[in-house]
Design a protein around this ligand. Structure first.
Ligand SMILES: Nc1nc2c(ncn2[C@@H]2O[C@H](COP(=O)(O)OP(=O)(O)OP(=O)(O)O)[C@@H](O)[C@H]2O)c(=O)[nH]1
Length: 104
C-alpha cells in the first residue's frame, strides 16, 4: 500500500551515540496517522568517514526489519563524495511514480 508521502531520514553513520535517539524519533513519527502508508528512505550518511557504520549496521541499529507498516530502504551515502545519492533519487522517483494513476 502506498500513502501520499515519502519520508527521508538522514542518519549520521559516524555518530553512534545519536542512533538511539534517532530510532526513538522514528518510532514516534511512523505512528503518525498522516504517514500511514508512507515509504521511508533512510540515508546512512558520511560513508566516506573511516569507522562510520555501514548501511547494514544502521539497518540493525534502527531495527528496520521490524518495520512492517511501511516500505523502507536504507542506503549508505556520502554528501561529500556523492556516493549512492543518485540511487537514492532514483528510488524516490520510482516510489513517487507508483502513486500516479492515470484516469481515463
Ligand atoms: N565527511 C563528511 N562530512 C559530512 C557529510 N555530510 C555532512 N558532513 C559535514 O558534517 C558537518 C556537520 O553536518 P551535519 O552532521 O549534517 O550537521 P547537523 O547534523 O545538522 O549538525 P550537528 O547537530 O552539529 O551534527 C558539516 O561540516 C558537514 O559538511 C558526509 O557525508 N561526509
Amino acid at each position: 500500500m502506498h500513502g501520499r508521502f515519502s519520508v527521508g531520514v538522514v542518519v549520521d553513520s559516524a555518530d553512534r551515540m545519536r542512533l538511539e535517539t534517532c530510532k526513538h524519533e522514528m518510532d514516534i513519527f511512523l505512528q503518525e496517522e498522516r504517514l500511514a502508508g508512507a515509504t521511508l528512505l533512510v540515508l546512512a550518511n558520511k560513508q566516506d568517514l573511516l569507522g562510520s557504520l555501514t548501511a547494514n549496521e544502521i539497518k540493525e541499529a534502527l531495527q528496520l526489519d521490524n518495520i512492517t507498516t511501511h516500505h523502507w530502504l536504507v542506503l549508505g551515502v556520502s554528501a561529500v563524495t556523492g556516493e549512492k545519492l543518485l540511487g537514492a533519487v532514483d528510488w524516490l522517483i520510482d516510489d513517487i511514480a507508483k502513486r500516479i494513476f492515470i484516469l481515463d
